[in-house]
Write a protein that binds this ligand. Structure first.
Ligand SMILES: [Zn+2]
Length: 795
């Protein structure tokens, strides 16, 4: 997915079900959560330990919430005014995570004294705490409890509302092992922040806080990592249920609202009576559900904080089966949902929002899809999968599509389209374009120029015949033929280089926004890319923007048919790999068709974007390492994610290519596509596979140092090369500056002897490193190759 500036943002308040039911009743109790003055204690030296998280309640008051469904899910600790204290300690296990914590808190470890903390827990913490309180002579202080309850009840209700789905889910689950432990902390130095320990997450330990920049709210991740028991393999990570065989029947009305029935096969990975946890776009409203033909209760909450923490634009809902599901056999789930996921962008152009979240899902797992759409017959629909049936029924068109191999998610697009089709090498390609130009891309009337002095004009019959400028008509499909050619070329080149793509049919469709997105068999391409360069809005006339829309976006999105749809990122930390491989594939094609010059120009632009300064004077590159993933989209610099993951990431792939040499590099990419076909890949797996393609006797042969510096670390070194040739030897030093002391890398030095050029990869580190290369004659030229390595040569 290539997100640039989004032209339009649409928000719609979510609808929510208000119906009776077990989950709804529980939710209402959680909304009224209150503290219990009879369970308020004066506590000293009470400790809480959640693997890497240690909390010491040295002296203060602890009050528990009243039980709901037989459990106490909340508590509040307040340090007493007379020398009360509490402390939280946490040490991130990796260099990258210590750097992350230090970026937000100025310290690589968390050691904070607390004024107060509000807890939510569904992991049995209340019972454990009450047991340790009981072990010492308990001191109940109900009169203080009355005061605390009055002060803190609104806070508890607010928090429990934020975690409503999870609280309801866990209250109905028998499995306490996958409960949640959450603290909202008011610290003495760091003010307010959140600590989360959740065995249902991929990374069980999380610390973060709300951050603000330019009137936007972010949930900044201070640190996030797998807990100790998961890191050392003592506990297996939680695996959710598996969905397969999606059958979706969707009807789009003339007002563009959608009503759909999604049927899917569900396999449980473990036996638990817990409700089923699904997600769907907040623009979709689940009206009814059945499991194995039996009605199931649907619980859809409104919840802000838990979604903010997860950085998601969809929300969870619960399905409660009538009776516990048999984990040994598959189940049929049927969900009816309706809502508005298509917006009007004006002038007969439509915008599908919620592109990957319009139907109920759990995670992006590979599954087969059978999709039927019924929609107004004056429109055209494009969707994932191969066409099985197209027909007209009254005022509607009916289109049925089926996937020929498992995919991660299914999408559709809709509009008043013109289209062309082609069949090439067993692949079917449809290219669609709008017949109109949306409002945002309509030419703005130019302000009148200062009126010139009146000049005599020829008049005939009293009519003024002076020419007025003709109206500018923007062609919504000015580059139609070019897009068709480019897509065909990209598909050919990439199939030859990486093997067959995920699907045998591919639709290219317009989206009225400034980005592209590559779904399996379906590409959303910015409407700007369809316009001839001179008809694009003036603000996009800079050469980088023009190149982005004309040269990069199409092949980048085509490349996602492999990188992203055939091979998926293992985790949010590996998303950069998918984006960078897609982007670099586009650059490889560009190099093949237009030569190395545009490749180097783009890499140069990326280097200067990375060097751009934020408001606080830091470079975008220095905000954080690539491996922070989407966490880079924070209040520190919202655009750091795109620049670091896509652009520095592209540099990383380019440097790897230069280290391997072209022949090995292409073999390597093909092997990545082959070995990880229809499965996830992690950065570590990618690095391990790359080792086998490094030339013999390479320095840093396992590439550990390469990935530590460029992927898990930050810094673009300024490198000074000094050298001299004497007595059959080229001697010199390489000195680095502008990077941290722990930065090390190999940098390319090119030596030219007569007509022959040789590249040496030589080390740089905090101290200047000398080199000696035997050389019978004086070289004609010795230079750092700044086209091949992310460095800045010092003069
Ligand atoms: Zn992308």
């Amino acid at each position: 997915m290539y997100v640039q500036r989004v032209l339009a943002l649409f928000l719609l308040a979510g609808l929510h079900a208000l119906r009776a039911g077990v989950a709804r009743d529980l939710a209402q109790q959680f909304e009224q959560m209150s503290l219990d003055p009879d369970e308020c204690y004066r506590v000293t030296e009470l400790n809480i330990s959640k693997e890497d998280i240690k909390v010491y309640l040295s002296s203060g008051y602890l009050i528990f919430s009243k039980p709901i469904a037989g459990f106490r899910q909340g508590a509040v600790f307040v340090a007493s005014t007379d020398g009360g204290d509490a402390e939280i300690l946490l040490m991130p296990p990796t260099r990258g995570e210590r750097l992350s914590l230090a970026t937000y808190t100025q310290s690589p470890n968390l050691d904070e004294h607390l004024k107060a903390a509000a807890f939510l827990f569904t992991d049995g913490s209340a019972a454990e705490l009450l047991a340790s309180i009981d072990a010492t002579p308990p001191k109940k202080v109900p009169e203080i409890g009355m005061v605390l309850a009055e002060q803190w009840d609104p806070v508890m209700r607010n928090l429990s509302h934020s975690f409503e789905t999870r609280l309801v889910h866990d209250a109905l689950s028998k499995n306490r092992q996958t409960g949640l432990f959450y603290m909202a902390i008011s610290g003495k130095k760091l003010t307010n922040f959140d600590v989360l320990y959740d065995l249902r997450d991929r990374e069980q330990v999380f610390v973060g806080a709300l951050g603000y920049q330019n009137n936007r709210t972010f949930f900044d991740t201070w640190t996030s990592f797998p807990s100790r028991s998961i890191r050392n393999g003592a506990k297996p990570p939680e695996s959710p249920e598996v969905l397969s065989d999606f059958r979706i029947d969707a009807t789009i009305a003339s007002d563009l609202t959608m009503k759909a029935v999604t049927r899917v096969r569900l396999t449980l990975r473990q036996s638990d009576s817990a409700p089923l946890l699904f997600s769907i776009s907040p623009n979709m409203h689940v009206t009814e559900a059945r499991i194995d033909g039996q009605p199931a209760e649907v619980f859809t909450p409104e919840s802000l904080r838990s979604n903010l923490i997860a950085g998601r634009d969809d929300r969870d809902f619960l399905l409660l089966p009538k009776s516990p599901l048999d984990p040994t056999k598959p189940h049929e789930v049927e969900v009816r949902h309706e809502g508005s996921v298509i917006r009007k962008a004006g002038e007969g152009v439509y915008y599908v929002i919620s592109r990957g979240t319009w139907y109920p899902h759990t995670g992006p797992e590979f599954a087969n899809y059978d999709l039927t759409f019924r929609y107004p017959k004056n429109l055209t629909l494009a969707a994932t999968g191969s066409s099985v049936e197209e027909r007209i029924d009254g005022d509607s068109k009916i289109s049925r599509r089926r996937t020929d191999s498992p995919i991660r998610f299914a999408g559709f697009n809709l509009g008043d389209f013109q289209s062309v089709s082609m069949d090439r090498n067993g692949y079917h390609i449809d290219v669609y374009a709008n017949r109109h130009v949306e409002t945002a891309l309509q030419p703005r009337p130019t302000p009148p120029a200062p009126s010139p002095p009146p000049i005599p004009r020829m008049r005939r019959d009293g009519l003024d015949l002076s020419p007025s400028p003709p109206p500018v008509l923007v062609d919504p499909a000015g580059r139609f033929a070019e897009i068709e050619k480019n897509v065909d070329e990209a598909l050919d080149f990439m199939t030859a280089s990486f093997g067959p793509p995920a699907t045998r049919s591919l639709s290219i469709t317009p989206i009225p926004a400034a980005f592209g997105q590559g779904f399996p068999g379906l590409i959303y391409l910015s409407t700007v890319a369809y316009l001839n360069p001179d008809q694009r809005p003036q603000r996009l006339h800079a050469s980088y923007d023009q190149m982005f829309y004309s040269e990069l976006l199409e092949p980048h999105e085509v490349a996602h048919q492999w990188w992203g749809n055939l091979i998926t990122p293992a985790d949010y930390r590996d998303e950069w790999l998918i984006e960078s491989l897609a982007n670099y594939s586009a650059l490889l094609l560009l190099e093949r068709t237009k030569g190395v010059k545009p490749l180097n120009e783009l890499l140069d632009s990326y280097r200067s974007h990375l060097e751009e300064k934020t408001e606080t004077g830091r470079t975008l590159e220095s905000i954080g390492p690539i491996s922070w993933g989407r966490r880079l989209e924070s209040s520190l610099a919202p655009n750091a994610w795109e620049v670091v993951a896509y652009q520095k990431g592209t540099w990383v792939i380019h440097m790897l290519r230069r280290r391997m040499g072209d022949e090995n590099f292409y073999k390597f990419l093909r092997e990545v596509a082959n070995r990880y076909r229809l499965s996830p890949i992690s950065t570590d797996q990618f690095r391990e596979l790359a080792q086998a393609y490094m030339p013999a006797r390479s320095k840093d042969p396992d590439l550990k140092s390469f990935f530590e510096n460029w992927v898990d670390g930050t810094g673009i070194p300024t490198v000074k090369l000094s050298y001299s040739w004497r007595a059959g030897k080229l001697s010199g030093t390489l000195a680095q500056s502008n990077v941290g002391d722990d930065f090390t890398a190999l940098v390319p030095v090119e030596v030219q002897m007569a007509k022959q050029k040789t590249v040496y990869w030589l080390p740089i580190a905090s101290d200047p490193i000398p080199f000696n290369i035997p050389m019978p004659a004086a070289p004609a030229r010795v230079a750092l190759l700044s086209n091949d390595c992310l460095l800045i040569p010092a003069h």
